[in-house]
Structures are given as C-alpha cells and as structure tokens.
Write a protein that binds this ligand. Sequence first.
Ligand SMILES: [Zn+2]
Length: 470
Amino acid sequence: MTAEFEPVIGLEIHVELATRRKMFCGCPNTYGKEPNTVVCPVCMGHPGTLPVPNEEAVARAVQLGLALGAEIHPFSLFFRKNYFYPDLPKGYQITQYSASILTGGSLQGVRIERANLEEETAKSYHTETGDVLLDYNRAGIPLLEIVTHPDIRSPEQARAFLEELRLLLIYLGISECDMEKGQLRVDANISVRPVGSGSFGTKVEIKNLNSFRSVEHALRYEWERQAALISSGGTVEQETRLWDEFQKETRPMRSKEEAEDYRYFMEPDLPPLQLSRTWLEEQRAHLPELPEQRRKRYREVYHLSDKVLEALIADPAYGRYFEQLAEGLSRPELAGNWVAVHVLRVLKAEHLSMEDFPLSPDQLRPLLRMIEEERISHSAAQEVFEEMLRTGRDAASIVEERGLEQVSSDASLLPVVRAVLDAHPEIVEKYRRGKTGVLGVLIGAVMKETRGRANPQKVRELLMRELETS
Ligand SMILES: [Zn+2]
C-alpha cells in the first residue's frame, strides 16, 4: 500500500535553550531542583510584574539562524497566546507567533519555515491516584520553536534530519537536547498523496513523540494507516493524534483539545525586539565550528573512514579528544580508530562522558606511538590499554613489565623461522608446489613459538625469503 502513496512530512521542534536564566525573569534556568523552588513573581505571573527579554536566549536563537542560513529579522515582536491551563500560571504564554526572529534557511535540504522565541510552561506529573502535580520551576525557561516546511518524504529522512539538527544545536551550545529531560520535543505532521502527485492530502498532527525512534515509528504507522484508509475509499480526518509507544499506534486525541482559540494579541508589556547590526555581527563572530564544517576538515586533514568520522562527529568532545591525541602522530587515522573503537566502547559501557574518561590524550598517545613504530602488536596494545584504564600506569612500563615488545629484528626472528621450516617439511613442500596459502600456517607456528610477540609482517617477509632462497 505504501508503495503507491508517498508521505509528505513537516516537523515542529521545541528546544529548551541552555541559558543561565529564564526567558523573562532573573530565575536560574535549572533542571532537577526541588519542585517549585526556582520561581519568582514574574514567572508566576503575579499582577504588576514586568517581563524583560533574556539577551542570551536571543543570541542563541540568532546563532542557530546563522548556522541554518536563515534570515534574521532585526525587528520582531512578542505576542500573548491566551489559554487557561494549570501549567500556565499567567493564563497566557509569550511567543512570537507571526513576527518570528528567524525565517528561512535549511538543513539537509529541508527548508526551515520559521523559528520563534517562547517561554516554557510548568511541568505536570500525573500520579497513580489520578492527581496532577505541577512543578513551576520549568515555567518561563526559554524555548525555541522551529518549524520546517513539509519537505520530508520518508520517516527515515525525518529521523536523519532530527539527528543532524540535534548535533547542530549541541555544537552551537544552544541545548544539550536531552529528550529524557524534555529539552528537545518533536511534533510531526504527515499527509499522504499518490506517488507523482503534486497536490497535498489532509494532514494529521502527531504528538507525544519521546524519541527520534518513536518519530520514525509513528510516521511509518501513520503513512500506512492513511494509505490503507484512502485505498479502501475512506478519507483522512484532519486531527491531532497521540503516539502510543506501548501499543505502537497513533490514536485520536480528545476533540476538546483541538478547537482552541488563542486570541493572540501583541504583548503590551514588551516593546518590539530590535537587534543592532553590530550586535548581530558579534554573534556571527562567536559561531563555533559546525558539524558539517568539521566533517569536511576531518576528511581533508585526517583521511578518516566515514564510519570513524561519524563516530567522532557525534559529540564535539570526541573530536576535541581525537585532535589532541592525533597531534604528533604520523598516522592520525590511528588516533581516529582508537577513539572511535576503543575509547567510545569504554564510555558506552561505563556510561561516561568524554570529560570523565580516565586517560588524557597525552597519556594515551605513547601507546599509539608504539603501535606506529611497530614496537607492539594491536592485540598487545589492547591489553596495555585495559591495564592503563585499570591502574592509570603509563604504557611503556606496562609493555616492559609484561614483555610485550614486538620482536622485529632479523637476528631474533631468523633462528625461530628456520626452526619452524625444519619442523614442517611437508608444508614447505606444499608451498614449493605452488600452494602459497599454507604460508599462514607457518606464520602461525612462528607466532606461537614467540608467544605472539613476533611482528607478523616481519615474520611473513622472513619466511618468504627463506622459502625462495633455500
Ligand atoms: Zn522567575
């Protein structure tokens, strides 16, 4: 069914901005504090209080706009979105509505429609006894609402776009984008149409998407549901549906919550937001290296494989560690592999961030240098690495103590090689009759004799030389 219908998908993303303070008051922007302790008359909406926009939040929004190639409006407005709800002590939310700070721009070919500065509502908790508890600490935290055009054509593309946006937000330091903490939230709208058709079908909005994977699953479910409905002669209702993570299905939200009239009007307590050209230039000057720029540089400078490259790009801290580690190595790709494979394995297994990794780049580099110089094998290096993690001792002393240094000299290896050849005349005979594949057996025998310490490349060379000449 889905082969005949293509999905048309747009996303609406809410990101909590990692500012020091809330959007319109002096309360700290925190997470996880004792409920209802980080509040003040402004964010509790007491009469007579006045909001003051947070410059840091405006700067964050502008930096995202610069990174997306959006148009930044030096003149934007704030509105009141009126609705009475327990999570909104003021009875209205301040948002930019139709006078956005940013419009346009794109990411991965998906066009951005607009981004608006807003404020968070309180967080509600539903108890087992059916009560609703409210934590107003979250009320007033700066929020950026980012809306895309319906340019996305598959659930996988939606997920890839969100992953790239998340990466961009993290590189910019705009948000940590921890979805479990609600720092990044996604709503998706989707309609379907016959493949090749230029028109748009009726769209459905999906809410309650708690991970990028649920975005992908919910969109696939809706694509199939709408395609089946139309194929059987039905019509798609314009509605809001909730994703049920356990049942793996979407279902309609109560209609009561759909027909809302927000009675928007301009916020009388806030003047228009005006940004000077000098201030905007300052924001541009503060932009860090962005994920795509870093990918390009790593490809050009370090010649990393795509898999290693993406592993290192996934967190700005991985890249910083890698670059320090690679300094002074003649094969920086070795540093790339070690961070992507061994360091990240430890971080994942121990649930550590890069900052908590016990070995500094300066401690790890001597180990990689020994691999480069072929003084130790890769498997010995792993053994040393584990010991370094356990004890914090330096690589050289572990190698020495365990006798792991690779034997590469002719003088040490030649007697072993000759002894192995003497001990296996039948294999030597096979080799000479053209079955060169048996060389591996002979290399294995030498490695066994040296308890794995021989340099395999050197052993291969010596074996071949002996087999050709004697
Ligand atoms: Zn406050």
